[in-house]
Design a protein around this ligand. Structure first.
Ligand code: 5GP
Ligand code: ZN
Length: 112
């Protein structure tokens, strides 16, 4: 499949890994929007949060179980933000479900 994040998970495209388990892969965003900007992705191809179902939601659960450890190891004890963009209006550029973990500074108050 021609998916950038599937290629990153497979190791065909290099990435700076920060966490990995059977279900979850996490790596540094190539274009960080904050001092800490990590992408957390399922190891199966799910196009976006709009494609989450009873069949694949275990991957989402595993991601959210991993995020506290990922955040702690990144030094985000003062808080952080988790974002997922969906589709055109959500400005999703990579069509493989991913959660942005952002922190390391006071993030803007504004949501949209
Ligand atoms: P989206 O806009 O789809 O929510 O987020 C996609 C994210 O993937 C962006 O923050 C972008 O910087 C990041 N990204 C795009 N290509 C690569 C890449 O090849 N490697 C890494 N590490 N991040 C990437
Ligand atoms: Zn994929």
């Amino acid at each position: 499949m021609d998916c950038l994040f599937c290629k990153i998970i497979a190791g065909d495209i290099p990435s700076k890994k920060v966490y990995e388990n059977e279900y979850v892969y996490a790596f540094l965003d190539i274009n960080p929007m904050a001092p800490v900007h990590i992408l957390v992705v399922p190891k199966v191809h799910i196009a976006s949060a709009d494609e989450v179902s009873a069949e694949n939601s275990a991957y989402v659960a595993r991601i959210f179980e991993a995020i506290p450890q990922i955040a702690a190891e990144a030094g985000l004890a003062n808080g952080y933000r988790v974002i997922t963009n969906i589709g055109a209006d959500g400005c999703q550029s990579v069509k493989h479900l991913h959660f942005h973990v952002l922190g390391g500074k006071q993030l803007p108050d504004q949501m949209a």
